[in-house]
Design a protein around this ligand. Structure first.
Ligand SMILES: Nc1ncnc2c1ncn2[C@@H]1O[C@H](COP(=O)(O)OP(=O)(O)OC[C@H]2O[C@@H]([n+]3cccc(C(=O)O)c3)[C@H](O)[C@@H]2O)[C@@H](O)[C@H]1O
Ligand SMILES: Nc1ncnc2c1ncn2[C@@H]1O[C@H](COP(=O)(O)OP(=O)(O)OP(=O)(O)O)[C@@H](O)[C@H]1O
Ligand SMILES: [Mg+2]
Length: 268
């Protein structure tokens, strides 16, 4: 059975394909380059390294003073400098609070996710503000695991012009990051959306990326049955079913909004 881990030759092929896709997207858009939100995490670091090799890419550091770890922004800044990328830091806490103030009777205690999702949506606005001003396309940082699980904010970090690494499961993102020289300190961090204190992807999704990727790869790339995946990974049926349901329930996040078919009613 072909494995989830990529060979050296496959890593080089993926690296080239991703770089070519970024060049093509910028050329097709007739814009001047790309823009990317840099979090100090591995996904944005990988996109930054690959994009900076082939196009003019600008980094936006967008911390929320209430929840962002200052160490993450230091890592993002160091990375941008080492890649020779121009970048800017804009604190988004005031904008986020302004949105919250529209509903003064509620708070994150009652609806943590609704409040958390405002942050990636504010970052999306900042990305497109810079994109419109400077003539740059917005690069997304979502990977295949996040896309399948719907582990991103719709029209927040999901609102981008190109998803260069969304063909790679997180396990492969980690391999690719090592391959292209993303700093070890960034690779080693526990993945976190940073939307509230102590949040981690694995804690919130209730499964490790290592286990999750084996299941998703087995089902969606190799077409294996639950029995075959159970034998390979030891996953219990309840966990397997929960993951399959989550992928199905998040189909809407991977598509453009459906268009109500008026022609079917009135003709042309
Ligand atoms: N069947 C359906 N057909 C069409 N639309 C549907 C729908 N079900 C929900 N929706 C829409 O989708 C909305 C819910 O989706 P959404 O607003 O995204 O919210 P939701 O999926 O509930 O939350 C986002 C998740 O992604 C995580 N996240 C966010 C940002 C970054 C990262 C990271 O890793 O960095 C992770 C976050 O921690 C959370 O677990 C609903 O309010 C509704 O508007
Ligand atoms: N403080 C921030 N400043 C700028 N961009 C951010 C910030 N936080 C999140 N983002 C953007 O949201 C994206 C999604 O976050 P996500 O946590 O999935 O990726 P990551 O931080 O790059 O990787 P990791 O899985 O290591 O956390 C980031 O890649 C980045 O583009
Ligand atoms: Mg992160």
């Amino acid at each position: 059975m072909k494995g989830l881990l990529l060979s050296k030759d496959e890593l080089v092929k993926c690296e080239n394909a991703i770089e070519e896709s970024i060049v093509r997207a910028v050329e097709t858009s007739k814009m001047n380059g790309a823009i990317l939100a840099l979090s100090g995490g591995i996904d944005s670091a990988l996109v930054a390294v690959l994009a900076s090799r082939v196009v003019d890419v600008f980094g936006l550091l967008l911390p929320d003073r209430a929840t962002s770890d200052p160490g993450d922004m230091e890592d993002a800044r160091d990375l941008a400098k080492s890649l020779g990328m121009d970048y800017e830091l804009i604190e988004i806490g005031g904008i986020v609070e302004a949105v919250y103030s529209a509903r003064p009777n509620l708070g994150p205690k009652e609806c943590r996710l609704a409040y958390a999702n405002v942050k990636p949506r504010v970052r999306m606005i900042m990305n497109y503000f810079a994109s419109n001003l400077d003539g740059r396309i917005v690069l997304g940082t979502g990977n295949k695991t996040e896309l399948l699980m719907g582990y991103f904010t719709k029209y927040g970090d999901g609102g981008v012009d190109l998803l260069p690494i969304a063909g790679l499961y997180k396990t492969r993102v980690r391999q690719m990051a090592k391959h292209v020289g993303v700093p070890e300190a960034i690779i080693k961090k526990p993945p976190s959306a940073g939307l509230w204190k102590g949040q981690t992807d694995e804690g919130e999704m209730g499964i490790s990326y290592e286990a999750l990727d084996k299941i998703l790869y087995g089902v969606y790339d190799l077409g294996l049955s639950y029995g075959e995946i159970q034998k390979e990974t030891g996953v219990d049926e309840a966990t397997f079913t929960r993951i399959m349901e989550r992928v199905r329930d998040n189909e809407h996040k991977r598509n453009m909004p459906p268009i109500t078919d008026i022609t079917a009613v009135i003709g042309p």
